[in-house]
Design a protein around this ligand. Structure first.
Ligand SMILES: CC(=O)N[C@@H]([C@@H](O)[C@H](O)[C@H](O)CO)[C@@H](O)CC(=O)C(=O)O
Length: 417
């Protein structure tokens, strides 16, 4: 199947009478006024420690007189108390408890890509441009850093710290919320990343289930998450449910039952799965709680909105943020047929690339093409997307009116090759 052989410039929208009506995917762009970092929200604190470029991690005096070592220290004596009220965790807590309560994470959240050079090193130099692109071109003001799309698990701990710092620094006064994924196979590393996120002034942390030696039931998983959360007790904590990648099939609905008793900083769920029964029950059983329910399957977001999703974290919001916001706005004003039309258009693109083979590598290639910011190749074991893939994706984006020739700034294609 060739992208060019299709004629997808129109999509089927259900009319009030239920009759399909052909309508072009292109919609006039409403003014997507972004919300600046909330008044009264504390400014991002300056980055501390290990992530500074050109500097190796070393011990430093932390808050409360504790010696806090950098992210790369292997031998740190980490002893957060089970209650989460003592030791180094308490140092983080004291500093963070001064902060006013964070506003709820909602709306679109871009799962950020980690830009890399052709030599496989992280290209920190483009992150500032990336922030501006998300805010100004896509109207997206929340980011989820070092997750799946960011190849977080393929980075060293030191690299993860430095990437997080760069986002916090460059996002200051521009982004609303910066959530750092701190999941790792090692509890110690996860705690280290969590504390680092608190130190640099991130807005929240998220954690996946450890996926090599796996928790075998809900209580064990909760115990793991609780220990990570205790390292940054004042930071909103999100559980990142992505069973297809972790292989941990514990249902989110089960996990959420009573979770705040164990993890007081628990704030919500990032749900990257297609089981809408599980997702719906997470929402239904927690209606009295102010949790954030962030859906992570971009092609099914509309269904999740109906189920009560309060926001969405995904890879496509990097370059289809503006389009997806149109769907959210239609949903808000209860214009469901228009919302469905938007969702179908987005599905057409995702369906097309999924058939070609779609993952993090392809996301990097598409984002490079659309934004003109060189995202570089992925890190092994992932392989760079082929030129053929990028050509086909480009044709599809254009045919859906997701990309016009004027969007393609000089050098976008060069950046792809
Ligand atoms: C498996 C996967 O990568 N899922 C993506 C989706 O945004 C996905 O790319 C999209 O729905 C297209 O299938 C996100 O859920 C991942 C994500 O939020 C992350 O990078 O942490």
């Amino acid at each position: 199947m060739s992208a060019r052989s299709e004629n997808p410039g129109a999509s089927s929208e259900l009319t009030a009478a239920g009759e399909p009506e052909l309508r072009a995917c292109a919609q006039p762009d409403p003014a997507l006024a972004g919300t600046p970092r909330a008044e009264g929200t504390p400014p991002v604190r300056p980055a501390l420690g290990c992530g500074r470029r050109g500097r190796n991690c070393s011990s430093r005096a932390g808050r409360g007189g504790h010696v806090v070592r950098g992210c790369r220290d292997k031998e740190r004596a980490w002893e957060p108390e089970r209650s989460g009220t003592g030791g180094l965790a308490a140092a983080g807590h004291l500093s963070n408890s001064m902060a006013s309560p964070k506003k709820k994470l909602q709306g679109l959240v871009a799962a950020t890509i980690t830009p890399m050079t052709e030599h496989g090193e992280i290209n920190f130099s483009v992150i500032g441009r990336y922030v501006d692109y998300l805010v100004e071109e896509q109207g997206v003001k929340n980011v989820f850093v070092n997750g799946t799309t960011g190849e977080g698990l393929s980075l060293s701990i030191s690299e993860r710290c430095r990437v997080a710092e760069e986002w916090v620094t460059k996002g200051r006064n521009k982004l609303d919320q910066i959530v750092i994924h701190v999941g790792a196979l090692s509890l110690k590393e996860s705690q280290e990343l969590a504390q680092h996120a608190a130190e640099i002034g991130a807005d929240g942390i998220a954690v996946i289930a450890p996926f090599f030696l796996k928790p075998w039931n809900k209580d064990v998983l909760i115990n793991f998450l609780k220990e990570v959360a205790a390292a940054a007790p004042a930071l909103p904590f999100y559980y990142y449910h992505i069973p297809a990648l972790t292989g941990v099939k514990i249902r989110a609905e089960e996990l959420l039952d009573g979770i705040q008793d164990k993890i007081p900083s628990f704030q919500g769920l990032k749900f990257s799965d297609t089981d809408l029964l599980d997702f719906g029950q997470c929402v239904d059983q927690n209606r009295q709680r102010q949790f954030a329910f962030l859906f992570g399957v971009d092609e099914q977001l509309l269904s999740a909105l109906v189920m009560g999703a309060t926001g969405a974290v995904g890879s496509t919001y990097n370059y289809l943020g503006k389009k997806t916001k149109q769907m959210l706005e239609a949903f808000e004003r209860k214009d469901f047929s228009s919302a469905l039309n938007h969702q179908f258009c987005i599905q057409r693109f995702i369906n097309f690339v999924v058939k070609l083979g779609f993952g993090v590598s392809q996301t990097k290639a598409i984002m490079t093409l659309v934004s003109g910011i060189p995202m570089g190749p992925p890190r092994l074991p992932l392989q760079k997307a082929s030129r053929e893939f990028t050509d086909n994706a480009e044709a599809k984006l254009k045919s859906l009116d997701f990309l016009s020739c004027t969007d393609l700034k000089d050098g976008n294609m060069e950046a792809c090759s």
